[in-house]
Ligand binder design. Structure first.
Ligand SMILES: [Zn+2]
Length: 335
């Protein structure tokens, strides 16, 4: 039986397109909601090589929208990248899959991009997305930006120097604490599936040598059923693709610093620019906030504890693991 018989009938794919997919390699940065959907689709349609990067372990509250994970993964506290790698192998043994458990950062980004033709953004934070944007430009690698929050989704296929980049759209990164996150306002599984289906299809168009079907940012609200494409053009003054400056790559690149607080089960994360009061007001809606002088304490409904100082330091309690601390910060505070 020919596994791909039904998709091979599609005029845009055919024998040649299928072969091209099988010779393609993709990098999926972040294996949560959108990342796991992308990995599942890519494995099923036969993308030849899939590289997975994720720093988190599977948790029970992931299961409503993160595909391929199971209750068993939660019980065994499996890293998402490894659980996904194993599921992919059992779905399609002809796909080459590599998993990296850890953070995607300026020090390993380039190495992880080696040999791939396309990056899918499955992250939950803008710091990593802007790093992907810089890497995409530096390595001339196209990528697909995807984001979901509540019932709203965003997709933007990005072709380096051939169209607008992420920084042409957002010249300044949203500050830490400025945006809502899925841990503060929730997220609907249907919106995740739709974003992933659109993002994946745009990515496949690029892999097959076609242009994306839209230029700019596709946004929709699956609940109110409203959608539009925000037309975007390259900004000649864009810091990244216009002026060729990078904020994260290179020796002077900035990246939220993390350091361990000695002798305690605490990690200190330093935020960049952030809005202290806004963050405090927002966190009041999803847990308990106790105000102090120059700092406030936050306890989430799940019992995670943070102390946030007005100078941008965040103490993350209950772990000595840098990656966990950054991951929890990304979820509640936004990095
Ligand atoms: Zn740009």
């Amino acid at each position: 039986m020919d596994r791909y018989a039904r998709q091979r009938l599609l005029p845009f794919l055919g024998e040649e397109g299928q072969k091209r997919l099988e010779q393609s390699a993709i990098l999926v940065v972040g294996c949560g909601a959108t990342g796991s959907h992308i990995a599942s689709l890519a494995a099923r349609v036969g993308v030849g090589r899939i590289v997975l990067v994720d720093r988190d372990i599977v948790e029970l509250h992931n299961l409503p929208r993160q595909v391929l994970f199971e209750e068993e993964d939660v019980l065994r506290e499996r890293p998402k990248a490894l659980a996904l790698r194993d599921r992919i192998r059992s779905i399609n043994s002809s796909v080459e899959v590599e998993a990296y458990v850890g953070e995607f950062h300026p020090g390993n980004g380039e190495e992880l991009c080696r040999g791939v033709q396309l990056i899918f953004d499955g992250t939950d934070n803008f710091q990593t997305r802007f790093l992907i944007n810089e890497l995409g430009l530096k390595l001339r690698l196209p990528w697909v930006y995807m984001g979901v929050i509540s019932t709203v989704g965003h997709v933007m296929p990005i072709l380096p120097f051939k169209g607008p980049c992420l920084r042409c759209y957002l010249s300044e990164e949203p500050r830490a604490g400025e945006l809502e996150t899925c841990d503060t306002v929730g997220v609907w599984a249907g919106a995740v599936s739709l974003v992933s289906a659109i993002g994946f299809t745009e990515g496949v168009r690029i892999l097959l040598g076609d242009s994306p079907s839209f230029r700019g940012l596709f946004t929709f609200d699956i609940w109110s059923f409203q959608w539009r494409v925000l037309g975007l053009k390259r900004d000649r003054e864009c810091l990244n693709c216009g002026r060729g400056e990078y904020r994260y790559l290179g020796p002077r690149g900035s990246w939220a610093e993390v350091e361990r607080v000695c002798g305690e089960n605490v990690v200190c994360v330093r935020l960049g620019v952030f809005s202290y009061l806004e963050l405090m007001e927002r966190l009041k809606r999803c847990g308990e906030v106790k105000e102090g002088e120059y700092f406030f304490k936050f306890r989430s409904e799940e019992g995670r504890e943070f102390t946030i100082f007005s100078d941008g330091r965040v103490l993350v309690f209950g772990t000595q693991d840098f990656q966990k601390a950054r991951s929890w910060c990304a979820r509640y505070i936004g990095l």
